[in-house]
Write a protein that binds this ligand. Structure first.
Ligand SMILES: Cc1cc2nc3c(=O)[nH]c(=O)nc-3n(C[C@H](O)[C@H](O)[C@H](O)COP(=O)(O)OP(=O)(O)OC[C@H]3O[C@@H](n4cnc5c(N)ncnc54)[C@H](O)[C@@H]3O)c2cc1C
Length: 557
């Protein structure tokens, strides 16, 4: 049986930063990742990372903007810690070799992002995530650790309330193996592929969150799903908020700059939930273009600015939409983008299970509350990745040896072998598509009781179909038919938690917008949803929001 002190699942920014902290604390560390680390979805982040480093800006303003952006569901103690760590974190990443874009005077260039009082989003053109990921990977490469690359986590093993390790399989051989560990950190990133229309890559399937849920971890606030306002019409590819930060504007079919009606002070740079709802409202009320979209215009910024500050966006528009943003408007409509919820943790990444930690998009600390501000997620991966790594290392230094047995591996492998030996049953892709269509149709930007009930009925029916899923490919080598099936199973579990949480929350807050309960209801709902897995489905309980000094107010932009 393989054995390590700290095992990090995921090699994106959160996983790598956690691993670095644990290695620096002199523990025996391993990372397991289903992708090459540099292919992690962090590399797709375009717009930038927040830190209040400008003379006119302040940490307090960053805290306030984040609390307000969260619609007062973010834990204020966690947000204060997070924003204080922002400056040192960005400086550290620059010291590791990240080449950030510069202003004329040589200082770090900053662009305005939605819902923020000052330009505080530091960037590397429109490839910020990749710049950070490469620098961190180079830094980590100078340390000693073990990498299990193209290995898929399937199960987290917990006994007597304590983590014992994980079960995973090597894509190259199909062999299932156990890896015992005193501390396991879940850093498996987004779950956006639960939806059909999403900015997330096909690999963003919530595997670690589902495995933690199966193992008894509490999932926090999963009903809060962020829809990014500006995704390319057909493909859902993201057009960064940085495009509006550079001065891009939204227009409807009448040529109106409609955001004035919805956010009179900051217009196109309101927070994401507000802009997404505005676009959907324009289209529903007949002011969208035929085919249901609106325009994002950049032409007035001029060729040079567009092509230097938004290079990748130009390529995406030209290659995937046949539109040149220098001369034509970009057709856009909102798409699923980010999960505010995840495995519930405190600021040290600790979960309700001893030895189990989570960080990055897979976790919910919670700093984003009901709505994340752009630029805060890259920062979260680094700030709380480091904290999780430190806490996991400290735990491993004193914990007794974990007990992982061959029977744990056999138990995890048995259902997979059943899928592969079935002679009839359904293809995982058909089941995945049905789930995505249900979530797009019934659990989107605007929600109602009737839609959510129908969505839940359909998701449970699709879960039943999944019990008979059939993996046609019997090969043990790079069996993507099998990975499709396993990922679909993970997403179906999380889809159910999203719908059940959304149905229960009879208010509108941040990204959770109930047409039948249009107001925020602080008296009843200023609290976090916690979901625990039971044979009957998710069991919901609620926990208070961490509060320091920011009184809840009506959120106006
Ligand atoms: C298009 C796009 C643009 C964005 N732009 C910005 C931005 O400008 N600023 C900002 O702040 N945020 C941005 N975000 C959000 C931000 O990029 C992500 O939230 C963040 O990078 C997630 O990092 P992570 O380390 O948690 O996950 P990831 O980088 O997705 O890493 C997840 C890791 O887990 C591994 N993994 C997953 N499942 C398994 C499994 N079963 N077994 C083993 N390994 C597994 C993967 O291989 C991968 O290494 C953007 C998001 C998108 C989709």
């Amino acid at each position: 049986m393989r054995r390590h002190e700290v095992l990090v699942v995921g090699a994106g920014l959160a996983g790598q930063r956690a691993a670095l902290a644990a290695v620096e604390a002199r523990r025996d560390v391993a990372i397991i990742s289903k992708l090459h680390p540099l292919r992690s979805h962090s590399g797709a982040a375009q717009g930038g990372i927040n830190a209040a480093v400008g003379k006119e800006d302040s940490v307090d303003t960053h805290i306030y903007d984040t609390v307000k952006g969260s619609d007062y569901l973010g834990d204020q103690d966690a947000i204060e810690f997070f924003c204080r760590e922002a400056g040192p974190t960005v400086v550290e990443m620059e010291h590791y070799g990240t080449i950030f874009s510069r202003a004329e005077d040589g200082s770090l260039a900053r662009r305005p992002f939605g819902g923020q009082g000052f330009p505080r989003t530091i960037y590397a053109a429109d490839r910020t995530g990749l710049a950070l990921l490469q620098a961190l990977w180079e830094r980590l490469g100078t340390e000693h650790f073990t990498l299990y690359q193209e290995w898929d986590l399937t199960n987290i093993v917990v006994r007597e309330g304590r983590v014992q390790g994980i079960v995973a399989f090597d894509r190259r051989t199909g062999q299932f193996e156990g890896i015992a560990a005193k501390s396991v950190i879940v850093a498996t990133g987004p779950a956006g592929r639960i939806y059909g229309r999403t900015t997330n890559a096909h690999t963003c399937t919530g595997d670690g969150v589902a495995a933690a849920y199966d193992a008894g971890a509490l999932l926090k606030d999963l009903e809060f799903v962020q829809f990014h306002p500006t995704a390319l019409l057909e493909s859902g590819i993201l057009i960064t908020e940085g495009a509006r930060g550079e001065g891009g504007i939204l227009k409807n079919v009448l040529g109106e700059r409609f955001m004035g009606k919805y956010a009179p002070h900051v217009l196109d740079l309101a927070s994401r939930d507000v802009v997404s709802r505005a676009i959907v409202t324009e289209v529903r009320e007949g002011r969208g273009f035929p085919g249901d979209f609106v325009h994002l215009e950049l032409m007035h910024l001029g060729k040079e600015r567009i092509e230097t500050r938004l290079q990748e966006i130009c390529d995406f528009c030209r290659n995937f939409a046949g539109v040149d943003p220098v001369v034509s408007p970009i057709p856009i409509f909102p798409a699923q983008h980010y999960m505010m919820g995840g495995v519930g943790t405190n600021i040290r990444g600790e979960t309700n299970i001893a030895g189990l930690y989570a960080a990055g998009e897979a976790a919910c600390v919670s700093i984003h509350g009901a709505n994340r501000l752009g630029g805060n997620s890259l920062l979260e991966t680094l700030v709380f990745g480091k904290q999780a790594g430190l806490a996991a290392a400290a735990h491993a230094a004193s914990a007794s040896a974990p007990e992982l047995n061959d029977s744990d591996v056999a138990d995890a492998e048995a259902p997979v072998r059943r899928m592969m030996s079935r002679t009839d049953g359904e293809d995982p892709q058909a089941i995945r598509t049905a789930m995505q269509q249900t979530m797009d149709r019934y659990v989107g930007i605007y929600r109602t009781e009737a839609d959510l009930l129908e969505g839940l009925r359909q998701i449970r029916a699709i879960q039943k179909r999944f019990e008979q899923v059939r993996v046609v490919d019997r090969s043990n080598v790079y069996n993507l038919n099998l990975t499709d099936a396993l990922e679909t199973g993970h997403m179906l579990e999380l889809a159910e938690v999203i719908v059940v949480g959304a149905f229960a929350r009879t208010e509108s807050r941040g990204a959770h917008s109930r047409v039948d309960y249009p107001s925020r209801d602080d008296a009843h709902w200023m609290r976090h949803t916690l979901a625990r897995k039971t044979p009957e489905g998710p069991n919901l309980t609620y926990a208070p929001v961490g509060y320091t000094r920011w009184e809840p107010k009506e959120r106006v932009y």
